[in-house]
Design a protein around this ligand. Structure first.
Ligand SMILES: [Zn+2]
Length: 341
């Protein structure tokens, strides 16, 4: 079977089987093995695919209810368009409310597939079968920006499918309108903003993935944990991105804690303040080096006890808190926070 066709059929299958997947371990292992056979599968019409899976379930004595779920499975591309449209609107609206939205034109969703697993980690059943990125665009390119969703048919089970909104949310929140060039080792885009993307995703899931929001939240969290894990055999590219991701995330949490301290009594919760500040920071025109030094500064000043800081650093920490206070009071722009010294 063609890889693109297999991807779309596996996505439809994953969508139809979410309920079953959550409660039936046997269906999980049977389905996981069936996904791996896509290259040798012969399918003339889509219904044949669902019949093949149903008969496999029957042979393996998976309960009747489980393959009944396959009746009337809706095509995945319909859901994908819906998910992407809703997310794009929500992200744009949130940016417009607290910062601005730099993207001139609409952003398109492009669906693609790969034969190899997109992550180097050992995949839990039906997971790690989807990834996303935003291909770099030349300045003179007039075509709309694209978010590229990549499916690996051999792993595309319900957990991969339910993590799609998080993958898209990451691209739209972290990258679609970022004020710095794209770089996979940018700790601000990959870690700090990823935390914000995940929180927005969690808040929006009832609207974006109404079929199983709790499951989608869990799958996003699992994916997020796996893609922060490091190990001795990890290729350099992943190692660097993951180190940046962990560092950026930690810096964001430290700033959230600092915002708790400097908060004005009438202002919003520290998490909402962090969200607002982050969306503004992401729009500030900067280089990847600027972002690196900002995150490194936060780590140096806020991630160590006072006793480990020298006099210069202690003074800098006071200046950082003052800068945050100024931002909370609406007296200084986010750019001053990013470039504080
Ligand atoms: Zn990213």
């Amino acid at each position: 079977m063609d890889g693109f066709k297999a991807s779309m059929l596996h996505a439809s299958l994953a969508h139809a089987l979410i309920g079953v997947w959550i409660r039936c371990p046997l269906a999980q292992s049977v389905l996981h093995s069936e996904l791996a056979l896509w290259r040798t599968r012969k399918v003339d019409v889509d219904e044949d695919f669902f019949l093949q899976i149903a008969s496999r379930f029957e042979v393996m004595s998976v309960e009747r209810d489980e393959f009944d779920a396959l009746q009337g499975a809706e095509p995945a591309h319909k859901h994908l368009d819906e998910i992407f449209d809703r997310l794009s609107r929500l992200v744009r609206k949130r940016y417009m409310a607290v910062a601005d939205w730099g993207a001139k034109e609409r952003i398109e969703l492009m669906i693609s597939w790969i034969g190899n697993p997109p992550y180097p980690d050992k995949a839990p059943l039906g997971a790690l079968g989807a990834a996303a990125c935003m291909p770099a665009k030349r300045k003179d390119d007039d075509n709309p920006a694209q978010v590229k969703l990549i499916f690996a048919p051999s792993l595309l089970g319900p957990p991969s499918w339910a993590a799609v909104p998080f993958l898209l949310c990451h691209e739209l929140v972290c990258h679609a309108t970022q004020g710095a060039p794209m770089d996979s080792s940018d700790p601000f885009a990959e870690g700090w903003m990823d935390l914000i993307a995940q929180r927005l995703h969690d808040r929006w899931l009832d609207k974006v993935f109404p079929w199983a929001p709790k499951f989608a939240r869990t799958c996003a969290d699992e994916l997020s944990c796996i893609t922060r894990q490091r190990g001795p055999d990890l290729p350099d590219l992943h190692s660097n991105t993951r180190a940046a991701r962990a560092m950026g995330r930690q810096a964001a949490l430290l700033i959230e804690e600092a915002l708790r301290v400097v908060r004005h009594p009438s202002s919003r919760s520290p998490s909402r303040a962090l969200e607002r500040l982050s969306l503004q920071l992401n729009r500030v025109s900067s280089t990847v080096t600027d972002r690196w030094s900002f995150v490194a500064k936060i780590m140096r000043l806020l991630d160590r006890p006072e006793t480990q800081l020298d006099r210069n650093e202690l003074e800098q920490r006071v200046r950082l808190r003052r800068c945050l206070q100024g931002w909370v009071a609406g007296e200084v722009p986010a750019s001053e926070v990013l470039f504080f010294s």
